[in-house]
Design a protein around this ligand. Structure first.
Ligand code: GTP
Ligand code: NAG
Ligand code: MG
Length: 426
């Protein structure tokens, strides 16, 4: 008898269990937050071709909008897709969804360590929010060591375009053979004593030499014609309404900047001597109608230390890969100043752009608002800042202050300074 009733209890419990399983299986489809969360997600760090993010609620109003960014080299005539450069141009307010029109053969590029992950994550997020979510340009990451899984996973999840990860070969991140190690070591010790920033650092010197002479010829970079350099912990303060890559290409610009200033002379005491030697040996590389007036106050005899701040750059990779630029880098590298002094890639790039490009091939992006510690470029002109939905403090704009070279750039090029610049001089 006891055994019989225990069997009934077992039957009933079993029936309940089956019902409970049925219930969970049929209702779990509706529990949205759980969906996808447990999806295996193994391929994140390769370079998946991701579906473009769907456009937001306005997609019904403009059904012709592409869901995926047009491919580089697609047969689209730029003239059929004029860019809205000012608020009066059609399409200015259209900041939702994927932008139609041609794409330039271009990429973002970042040199970083694995430990830079959260600082570069912040930069990427801003670049995506203010610009790239509508364009989906690729992003190349370079490192002297292998990138780890976290770095790849986090950056790939933030980038709207394809991501690529490259390891820098040793020859591009080490002392060239002709460098006298003892002499280089003495310089570092001396600079440490004189408290020159990064003066005692070997890796900082490799970084500057790499950015000066090698980033543009890494195998991954050979796939592109234009680059936009992004460093960790930068800010972009305003919406970018048009494609700066297209602007560069269609206006035949080769190098651009947002901030300029005077270089710390202790880091480059003999750089200009090397440059003068190069100019003498290679007159064929010096452009007619160049920007010597930006670099020198005495027609080239001495350097005034003005340079474009290279932690932001949009530029032509074809130009950096040209014979002119590579001969120039080769000449400087032979002279050893990356190690016997502490030459930065900013003056190295700037002097090259100033001497080997025509004036008109350089561009100042007033409308790209930017911060890298400790300087801010906040567009001049209240109207501009409102139109671009900027969140920078105009008082912090460095452009017209005493230590900036941007005024000089305007004067050398006969450009009219933006309205309101006089009130921002201190
Ligand atoms: N892989 C790698 N990247 C580096 C190394 N040193 C610097 N970088 C990167 O090179 C760029 C410039 O280095 P920073 O340390 O930002 O130098 P900086 O901008 O002159 O100085 P900060 O004011 O410190 O930003 C950044 O994108 C760094 O992430 C390094 O040893 N290895
Ligand atoms: C992009 O530029 C690179 C370098 O010049 C070139 O090899 C490649 O074919 C170009 N890609 C397209 C799609 O035009
Ligand atoms: Mg930096």
């Amino acid at each position: 008898m006891a055994a019989g009733s225990a069997r009934y209890v077992r039957y009933i419990l079993f029936a309940f269990f089956v019902l409970a399983v049925f219930y969970f299986v049929s209702s779990s489809d509706n529990i949205e937050p759980f969906k996808g969360q447990f999806k295996p997600n193994g391929a994140h760090h390769e370079t998946p071709s991701k579906p473009a993010p769907a456009s937001t609620h306005d997609s019904a109003a403009t059904p012709e909008k592409p869901k995926q960014a047009p491919k580089v080299g697609a047969d689209l005539n730029p003239a059929d897709f004029p860019m809205a450069m000012t608020p009066n141009d059609p399409g200015w307010n259209d900041l939702a969804g994927i932008k139609d029109g041609p794409r330039v053969n271009a990429t973002f590029v970042t040199l970083a360590r694995n430990s830079d992950i959260w600082d570069i994550a912040k930069s990427i997020r801003q670049v995506e929010d203010r610009f790239n979510r509508r364009y989906n340009y690729d992003w190349v990451f370079l490192n002297d060591k292998p990138f780890d899984a976290t770095f790849k996973k986090v950056t790939t999840s933030l980038c709207s375009g394809k991501t690529h990860y490259g390891e820098i070969p040793r020859e591009h991140w080490s002392f060239p053979e002709h460098i006298d190690q003892n002499k280089a070591k003495k310089v570092r010790e001396d600079m440490a004593q004189r408290k020159i920033i990064y003066g005692d650092s070997i890796s900082y010197r490799h970084m500057c030499r790499f950015e000066s002479g090698f980033f543009f010829r890494q195998p991954l970079m050979m796939n592109y014609e234009y680059y936009w350099r992004v460093e960790p912990s930068i800010e972009l303060y305003c919406d970018i309404h048009y494609d700066p890559f297209r602007f560069m290409k269609e206006n035949n610009k080769k190098y651009s900047f947002v901030l300029s200033l005077y270089e710390y002379i202790e880091t480059i005491p003999t750089l200009w001597d090397s440059v003068k030697k190069f100019m003498k040996n290679h007159p064929e590389h010096i452009a007619e109608g160049n920007s010597m007036g930006f670099l020198s106050d005495d027609g080239g005899d001495s350097y005034n230390k003005c340079h474009f701040w290279s932690n932001f750059e949009i530029g032509s990779l074809e130009w950096l890969r040209s014979k002119a630029y590579t001969d120039y880098f080769e000449a400087l590298d032979q002279d050893g100043g990356f190690f016997y002094e502490r030459w930065g890639d900013a003056p190295v790039h700037s002097i090259a752009a100033g001497l080997m490009l025509k004036k008109e091939e350089l561009h100042f992006f007033n409308d790209i608002a930017y911060f890298h510690v400790p300087f801010t470029h906040c567009p001049t002109g209240e109207k501009t800042r409102q139109q671009l939905k900027c969140h920078c403090n105009p008082k912090e704009n460095f452009d017209w202050k005493g230590y900036s070279c941007t005024s000089r750039f305007f004067e050398v090029n006969g450009l009219e300074k933006p309205e309101g610049w006089e009130n921002q001089q201190d």
